[in-house]
Design a protein around this ligand. Structure first.
Ligand code: DTR
Ligand code: ZN
Ligand code: ZN
Length: 553
């Protein structure tokens, strides 16, 4: 940050910090498993592979982010200051990449303590892991007004973004929950991160086991500094740099000058790496790290020359790898199942009249490793019925609509249709229970088409009755709806004459799940023609499907 004299600004948090600290469970020291774990099977018989070593974070991936941030600054007056359009464009860039990779992303506007007009923090959660044990990493996304801030702090922001994307691509089984933060308004006083930490409340703060900060990790004449190097939090970062024999040092220059201070002041263990700002490289440091002694680690610190060319690739590459290494060691589970997926049908059953189609949604999920292609097929169909999938093949995580067309000659009965997903590493099945009702001379008719019920929407499901004469009053309805709040639903029936009948009005003081319900509706009209069931959702918050309905006339 630019401002000096942080102590006064944060003094108020110190009493609370001590309390939170005593409530935190001790963080276990990371111990490497002795020797590689041999291949095993889990309780479901899936092959487990020993947790892979943390993957490499692509330097070219990190640099692509830096070049985007540079382009954003250039298009916005040469800066990405928290209060300007260069900052909000940086937010959009990071946010979109994270969303595309599967993160749950939140923009948190900083409503107190930030400079007027400052843009939001970006918080990204990787789904999975124990949410009561959060491993967090962050970087400030804003620059000073004087320049584009590519080393300070495009470097930390871009490295962390590529770390997040690499974790997402790998999809390891998570023991702990991983969360990333890109902070606003750091340069005016660590304001975005301080706002975030306050916004968590003591319960939210106590779940964060450790916070890693990345600020200035590609300084052109930089070195290898680790925040709080002797602590347990720093241990995996130090281990990584030690393996490369980099002889890291404590980050004294940056102490209390970046967002890790907001967390540490609230009693949260912190670490991180940095490559140095305006301090001068010593001859001892030049001897072990290379570079020029007697010169600043970053002579463009807080200046207009902090551009894409103000980066040391080797240092940036190692800092990025170290960042993922620390997250991985702290949050990834001991064993990672090999790639797998699951499959399900929703709704899982339906009733149609012979000659009418049934539809359901076939959903797939990636349950381990990377997503894979899954080909869909159906078996166990009744005579005369055919199944089609749209699309016929999905990438796990995607869904397909299954339509089962029945023929007028399809025999009445109950059938279990098996939907088979043939993936690259495994085959899994789901069952769809299909009931076919006969038409011959009967007076019961069904529409098994699935209609989505959104908030404030109305769906109409028609049934054509071929029964002769006057409808037998009361007509009997059987309605199946998947919806968590039956009280949100207003259900009406229209007869062939155009007459409307109230079936089930909305209203109530609490929500009950709908399921299958039957009704007797007094009518006075002919039986033949179109009977339409209309379902309206009249409240916000719960949605569902009209799965099927039938009428006996
Ligand atoms: N990145 C700076 C804070 C800072 C000052 N010196 C150092 C050294 C190493 C890391 C960070 C810093 C800023 O935001 O202005
Ligand atoms: Zn700065
Ligand atoms: Zn900075």
């Amino acid at each position: 940050m630019e401002r000096k004299g942080l102590a006064a600004a944060t003094a108020g948090l110190i009493a609370a910090a001590a309390m939170v600290l005593s409530a935190l469970p001790a963080l276990p020291a990371y111990a490497a498993p002795p020797g590689a774990t041999p291949a095993q099977q889990d309780s479901g018989g899936r092959t487990l592979i020993a947790a892979a070593d943390p993957p490499d974070v692509s330097l070219s991936g990190v640099k692509a982010h830096l070049s985007q941030l540079q382009t954003i600054a250039t298009a916005n007056g040469g800066t990405r200051r928290s209060t300007g359009a260069g900052y909000t464009a940086s937010v959009s860039y990071v946010e979109q990449k994270l969303r595309d990779a599967g993160y749950t992303v939140t923009r948190q506007s900083c409503t107190s303590g930030c400079t007027g007009g400052a843009g939001p923090n970006v918080i990204a959660d990787w789904p999975g892991g124990d949410e009561n044990q959060v491993v967090m990493a962050g970087a400030h996304l804003d620059s000073v007004g004087a320049g584009p801030g590519i080393n300070d702090n495009g470097s930390g922001s871009g490295a962390l973004l590529e770390v997040a994307l690499t974790l997402a691509a790998q999809r390891p089984t998570m023991a702990k929950h991983v969360r990333f933060g890109w902070w606003t308004d750091e340069e005016q006083g660590l304001n975005g991160s301080e706002f975030y930490v306050n916004s968590l409340g003591s319960t939210g703060r106590s779940k964060i086991q450790v916070y890693y900060n990345y600020d200035m990790v590609g300084s052109p004449n930089g070195g290898y500094f680790i925040n709080n190097i002797t602590t347990t939090a720093a241990q995996p970062l130090k281990e990584f740099y030690d393996k490369l024999n980099l002889q890291p040092e404590e980050n004294t220059e940056g102490a209390n000058r970046s967002d890790d201070a907001s967390f540490r002041n609230a009693g949260i263990a912190t670490s991180g790496v940095a490559a140095g700002a305006s301090y001068t490289k010593t001859s001892a440091q030049a001897a072990k790290w290379g570079g020029t002694s007697g010169r600043a680690y970053d002579s463009c610190y807080h200046s207009s020359c902090d551009t894409s060319s103000n980066i040391n690739d080797t240092i940036l590459d190692r800092a990025s790898d170290a960042a993922l290494y620390a997250l991985w060691k702290r949050a990834v589970g001991g064993d990672t199942p090999s790639r797998d997926f699951s499959i399900s049908a929703n709704p899982g059953s339906g009733t149609v009249q012979a000659g009418s189609p049934a539809t359901t949604t076939i959903a797939t999920q990636t349950t381990a490793g990377n997503a894979q292609a899954v080909n869909l097929s159906a078996s166990g169909l009744p005579t005369g019925a055919t199944a089609s999938f749209n699309p016929a093949s999905v990438t796990s995580g995607g869904s397909s609509t299954l339509t089962i067309a029945t023929a007028p000659t399809t025999p009445a009965g109950s059938y279990n249709v098996t939907v088979t997903g043939t993936g690259e590493t495994a085959t899994h099945t789901a069952t769809y229970a299909l009931t076919v009702q006969g038409t011959s001379g009967g007076r019961t008719f069904t529409n098994g088409t699935n209609y989505t019920i959104s908030d404030y929407s109305t769906v109409q499901s028609p049934i054509t009755s071929t029964a002769t004469g006057t409808a037998t009053s009361p007509v009997k309805l059987s309605v199946t709806i998947s919806h968590t709040c039956a009280e949100d639903l207003d259900i009406w029936l229209r007869g062939p004459s155009g007459q409307w009948y109230a079936v089930d009005r909305y209203g109530g003081t609490s929500c009950t799940s709908y399921g299958t319900r039957t009704y007797s509706v007094p009518v006075s009209q002919q039986a033949a023609g179109t009977w339409t069931l209309e379902v309206s959702d009249v409240y916000l918050g719960d949605t569902g499907f009209l799965d099927s309905w039938s009428i006996t006339v």
